[in-house]
Write a new protein. Structure first.
Length: 114
């Protein structure tokens, strides 16, 4: 079984696996996390990040992105991803089900771009 923290790491690392500079900077910010608050909803899960002061801002704007899809438990239950950036700092990672429900247990997860 995959824990929610393992799922978060799997998804975040896939989001920033490119050599693009701003994605590498987000990866460095991720290393400055002192706490992750996890909230579950019927249709997904939210990971709220609390960064140390060393987790510098990339810019002074809010933005969001996420170009991943997940196939969970080997069935056609697909999920999407959105990473929210607030004032240039990673803020929240949302993983949500396209089907409107989130499974109690995740046995397997396949992460793909697009």
């Amino acid at each position: 079984m995959i824990s929610l923290t393992e799922l978060e790491a799997l998804v975040f690392n896939k989001l920033v696996e490119s050599d693009v500079t701003h994605l590498q900077l987000l990866k460095q910010q991720h290393q400055c996390i002192q706490k992750i608050q996890i909230d579950k909803s019927p249709s997904g899960v939210f990971f709220h990040y609390d960064l140390t002061p060393e987790g510098y801002s990339l810019f002074d704007e809010d933005t969001q992105f996420g170009d991943l899809t997940l196939k969970i438990n080997g069935i056609d239950m697909f999920a999407g991803v959105i990473l929210f950036i607030s004032k240039g700092r990673i803020n929240t990672l949302e993983i949500y089900s396209f089907d409107g429900f989130w499974p109690e247990n995740i046995e397997s997860c396949e992460v793909k771009l697009g």
